[in-house]
Design a protein around this ligand. Structure first.
Ligand SMILES: [Zn+2]
Length: 51
């Protein structure tokens, strides 16, 4: 089973589109590359926090 949902990196909103309907930012797939489910969002949050 594969999810087709994308996640906005700016407001963390889930959407089916490539752009966030809320803030218009480009979304990214939340599918885990090779990290644990508990760590993947923490990693994204840290990356975004450094912007
Ligand atoms: Zn957004």
């Amino acid at each position: 089973m594969r999810t087709l949902m994308f996640r906005c990196g700016e407001c963390a909103r889930y959407t089916l589109g490539k752009e966030c309907p809320k803030c218009g930012s480009a979304t990214q797939s939340p599918l885990p590359p090779r990290y644990s489910p508990e760590d993947r969002y923490g990693k994204y949050r840290r990356m975004l926090a450094q912007k």
